[in-house]
Design a protein around this ligand. Sequence first.
Ligand code: CU
Length: 115
Amino acid sequence: MKVPRLLSALAGLLIATPLLAQDLPLAEAEVRRVDARNGKITLRHGDIRNLDMPPMTMVFQVSHPTLLDQVKAGDRVRFTADRINGTYTVLSLQPAEGPGQTPGGAGADHNSHKH
Ligand SMILES: [Cu+2]
């Protein structure tokens, strides 16, 4: 009984291991154009180490249209990309704050409230 249970536990671990975006190095870019209708984004990107690609401006497909909801032209972003079926595809995308990454959001302006 012990061995099959161990095997199925191992199989579960393997299945649960994320395969894609998490393993890729983050690249930096500035958004030049968002084409939500076609699921494409134009990025002026820095080095993409996993693709051995130097900095350039180019169009990427996005793996999921909702990735485009959070960015607009002019934004600085961090992203992961890979070549999928011959097409350069953005797999994850997040807005990049300026250097220092100050956390903003709820309560951020609390300190400016003075009596
Ligand atoms: Cu490129």
